[in-house]
Design a protein around this ligand. Structure first.
Ligand SMILES: Cc1cc2nc3c(=O)[nH]c(=O)nc-3n(C[C@H](O)[C@H](O)[C@H](O)COP(=O)(O)OP(=O)(O)OC[C@H]3O[C@@H](n4cnc5c(N)ncnc54)[C@H](O)[C@@H]3O)c2cc1C
Length: 484
């Protein structure tokens, strides 16, 4: 990178705000999809919106690509700087700016860790509802960019339902202050279109979120099954019976074994083929009535053991097992490919079986843990990235799983985003006209396409709709297209 540009950035951010070379760049080469890597030219660590905006202006003048980064827990390659350029990390923007119990909202810097927001709201009897299993590490900015889900999003809805305002630094460094919640918004829904845009429209530096009341009563049930079918059918039956648990999570045998051998051991029976975690929230009466109906369904569907958490400690333990499941998998394989398939809930049982078949046919070990209530499967394929043939088989299995989900009326991503991983799948899911409209929207925010280039939208689709290419951009796109 140009020495004058580096000096100007150092002026804005100070020495501690710049990571310029050597092994300190390694952590920024990839996110949780570790098989895809690229070293950034530099990492910037602003502390305020003003510093981020000033840096973005300098980068815009020099035409440098920019990749926003929260905690790097993404699983689709979203924060991987495939086209080089600069990573802007929000790691030093971790202040909770305001908790307003009367307005039931909070304002935070985008680098605040998800679980820290709930900690800040807890003294007011409030919490931030979207709870990705990575919530001890992932940031609110990353959650906004990915429209993240989590176990309790079954009842409370995913991130987009909880975002009231944003401060966005645009690609050219202009600051768009949309932080003040509008009771009845008019005009285009800029916040809605930004949530889930995977860092391709701008950098979010501050977020205003809705806080939710901690329910008077919470009950957690663990149901043990002799097979995955019974667990999947229980979920379908509960929904058909119009019951509304707040979370419905399934873990299979291999996952249970990994969890029980780890620091996240939750007391799941080690020989079980499947466990289903059901959580109920509401008034004492609501929970009591729903609990009876849920238990009846679980018994009918062949649960061989039913357990209610007796106290908050046991409840926390049951959840620690579920939320630590991906981490625990490190015990059974050096690498993990976490697919993010989603199908209509009625197809869950069939898709779970089909996923197992696809992996068996390719001699791959599969561990499955998923947000069953949302139809969001997470087939976790174990592999070793040093074994290139295995990597090939893993990618093939991942592609097939996605194809079958789309054919079953599902989608490309339940919550982890398209990123790099599922780019080619966008053509399967969307018509050319849909992709063209998305490309035009992206161009309205970032006409030079410097924000997180190479992600979310296939390059070819964007090039086809561009009628008046900007100098330089066309050449870069052509190069990226040739690589892909
Ligand atoms: C163990 C584990 C469990 C997980 N469980 C869940 C789950 O239950 N639900 C779920 O939805 N996901 C889950 N994930 C995926 C991941 O944690 C989420 O996608 C999370 O929202 C990513 O946040 P992050 O701060 O790590 O973002 P990063 O990984 O750093 O970035 C993700 C994307 O957001 C963009 N981005 C980040 N910050 C900004 C910003 N400030 N402005 C603009 N763009 C930005 C990046 O460019 C990238 O495209 C899990 C991941 C792991 C490793």
């Amino acid at each position: 990178m140009d020495a004058a540009l580096i000096a100007a950035l150092r002026n804005v951010l100070g020495e501690a705000g710049l990571v310029g070379s050597g092994s300190r760049l390694v952590p920024y080469e990839s996110d949780g999809l570790a098989m895809l890597r690229h070293t950034p030219e530099m990492v910037l660590l602003p502390r305020t919106t003003a510093e981020a905006a000033h840096s973005m202006r300098l980068l815009a003048e020099a035409g440098v690509p920019v990749v926003g980064r929260g905690a790097g827990t993404g699983l689709s390659g979203g924060a991987t700087p495939v086209e080089g350029g600069v990573v802007i990390s929000l790691a030093r923007m971790r202040d909770v700016l305001e908790v307003d119990p009367a307005g039931r909202l909070a304002r935070v810097q985008a680098g605040v860790v998800n679980a820290d927001l709930t900690r800040a709201a807890a003294p007011h009897g409030l919490f931030y509802a979207p709870d990705p299993s990575s919530q001890m590490a992932c940031t609110i900015g990353g959650n906004v960019a990915e429209n993240s889900g989590g176990p309790h999003c079954f009842m409370h809805g995913s991130t987009t339902r909880h975002i009231l305002g944003l401060v966005i630094v645009c690609a050219d460094g202009e600051v768009l202050d949309l932080s003040e919640p509008q009771p009845d918004p008019s005009g285009y829904d800029l916040i809605g279109s930004f949530v889930g845009s995977e860092g391709t429209l701008g950098l979010v530096t501050e977020v205003t979120v809705k806080l939710t009341r901690v329910p008077p009563v919470t009950e957690t049930l663990l149901a043990v099954f002799p097979g995955l079918d019974g667990a999947c059918d229980s979920v379908s039956d509960m929904i058909a019976a119009r019951l509304e648990p707040s979370a419905l999570e399934i873990l299979d045998r291999l996952t249970i074994q990994a969890v029980e051998a780890s620091v996240f051991a939750a007391g799941y029976p080690k020989t079980a083929e499947a466990v289903l975690l059901v959580e109920l929230e509401g008034s004492a009466l609501e929970v009591d009535v729903t609990s009876k109906d849920v238990l009846a369904i679980l018994e009918q569907r062949g649960a061989i053991e039913l357990r209610k958490a007796r106290d908050p400690l046991e409840r926390r333990k049951l959840w620690a097992g579920r939320k630590g499941a991906f981490g625990a998998m490190g015990r059974i394989a050096p690498d993990l490919y976490v697919a993010d398939a989603v199908v209509p809930r009625t197809k869950l049982r069939r898709m779970v079986a089909r996923t197992a078949e696809i992996c068996r046919e390719r001699n791959l070990r599969l561990a499955t843990v998923f947000h069953a209530g949302d139809g969001n499967l997470h087939p976790n394929i174990c592999y070793d990235r040093r074994d290139l043939d295995e990597v090939k088989r893993v990618l093939e299995a991942g592609r097939m799983i996605l194809q079958e989900c789309i054919a079953a009326g599902g989608s490309l991503t339940g919550e982890h985003g398209v990123g790099l991983e599922k780019l080619e799948g966008m053509d399967m899911l969307f018509k050319q006209a849909d992709l063209a409209t998305m490309c035009r929207m992206r161009d309205a925010w970032d006409p030079e396409r410097r924000m997180n280039p190479g992600k979310l939208l296939p390059v070819r689709a964007c090039r086809e709709v561009r009628t008046n290419p900007l100098p330089g951009v066309e050449a870069r796109d052509a190069a990226a297209g040739a690589e892909s």
